[in-house]
Ligand binder design. Structure first.
Ligand code: NAP
Length: 297
């Protein structure tokens, strides 16, 4: 990438957020630390690694975590709901996160809706998503909130800009569209949401001032999909097998070599949005802790 192009380094922004949380925790005098419970079903490699990263970061900044792992062949939706119900009632647990993906027999949305709204640190439950649409305070999903933090850090205002998002999931596209269309200085964008039924995708993505890719198709988006000077946020993360010692590399949806000479700035994979998702989860956990222990938020 030439020096005139800018890398949007999410890991730098994430470190700032981690430090803020650490300092705030050190200033609080409370008999216990915030605590987040992670529920993982099965041993899918990416899920194991995501939860391990979250546990490690929690430990580093002074947040306690509990990990519950379930056998996908044994656990039913009702049993998982029961686990969540118990954690909802447990006053020593501030936040609850169920790591996706879940087995097909378990409905992810039902599970998210079972988490008490004031412990829903992923923000995927109906109440928090509704509050986001209503522009009321609540828990905002971590990846969209992280993308807004990235834009803020690099002073890239989305206001009045055309943001094209290739993703309509509850985790990325829909909450991001809601955030970026809020009546706020870091909203006020014009948003187009694309998905697998969108016709003429490259014509749509080429209109973007800010282009957000979250398809999970490694290297799919080449120079045909981006207009000059676009800001590109690559959210897609796929493990692609290679001959390295760990056996894979992490790849984004953008063909980095092809698009980097064209774009104004790019949040790459790895090192872009990924670390911000973890940082915003920690911030949401601190918020949940404060809510449940009557600290001002
Ligand atoms: P998902 O639910 O499978 O969503 C994928 C989206 O891409 C869907 O909306 C899908 O459309 C769309 N899509 C797939 N192929 C397409 C195509 N050829 N043209 C246009 N749209 C297409 O997955 P997700 O959970 O949102 O995650 C998406 C990606 O983001 C994954 O790579 C994931 O690892 C990554 N991710 C990264 C972070 C992070 O922290 N950086 C966080 C979350 C997710 P349909 O809805 O029509 O199927």
């Amino acid at each position: 990438m030439s020096h005139s192009r800018k890398l949007l380094q999410g890991h730098v922004v994430a470190d700032v957020i981690f430090n803020e949380i650490k300092v705030e925790l050190q200033r609080m005098h409370f008999p216990r630390s915030p605590c987040v419970a992670f529920l993982r079903i099965g041993n899918d490699g990416a899920s194991v690694s995501y939860v391990a990263q979250k546990e490690k970061m929690a430990r580093t900044i002074g947040i306690k975590s509990i990990l519950k792992v379930f056998d996908p062949a044994q656990i039913t939706e009702d049993q998982l709901m029961e686990e969540i119900k118990n954690l909802n009632l447990d006053t020593s647990v501030d936040g609850i996160l169920v790591q996706a993906p879940l087995p097909k027999s378990i409905d992810f949305v039902n599970v998210c809706n079972a988490i008490a709204p004031n412990k829903d640190v992923d923000g995927f439950g109906a109440e928090n998503l509704g509050r986001l649409l209503q522009e009321k305070s609540g828990f905002i999903p971590c990846t969209p909130a992280g993308i807004v933090e990235l834009l803020k850090f690099y002073n890239i205002s989305p206001a009045g800009k055309h943001v094209v998002i290739v993703n309509r999931s509850l985790i990325v596209g829909k909450p991001l569209a809601a955030l970026l269309t809020q009546h706020s200085p870091w909203g006020n964008a014009t948003v187009t949401l694309c998905h697998s039924h969108s016709e003429n995708l490259s014509q749509l993505t080429r209109q973007a001032d800010i282009l957000v890719l979250a398809c999970g198709k490694p290297g799919y988006f080449d120079s045909n999909f981006v207009k000059p000077a676009t800001i590109l946020i690559d959210v897609g993360i796929t493990r692609v097998a290679d001959s390295s010692p760990r056996g894979y590399s992490l790849q984004g949806d953008a063909n980095f070599e092809a698009v980097s000479p064209i774009v104004q700035a790019i949040a790459p994979v790895p090192g872009g949005v990924g670390p911000l998702t973890v940082a915003l989860l920690m911030r949401n956990t601190l918020k949940a802790f404060k809510l449940q222990n009557n600290f001002a938020t």
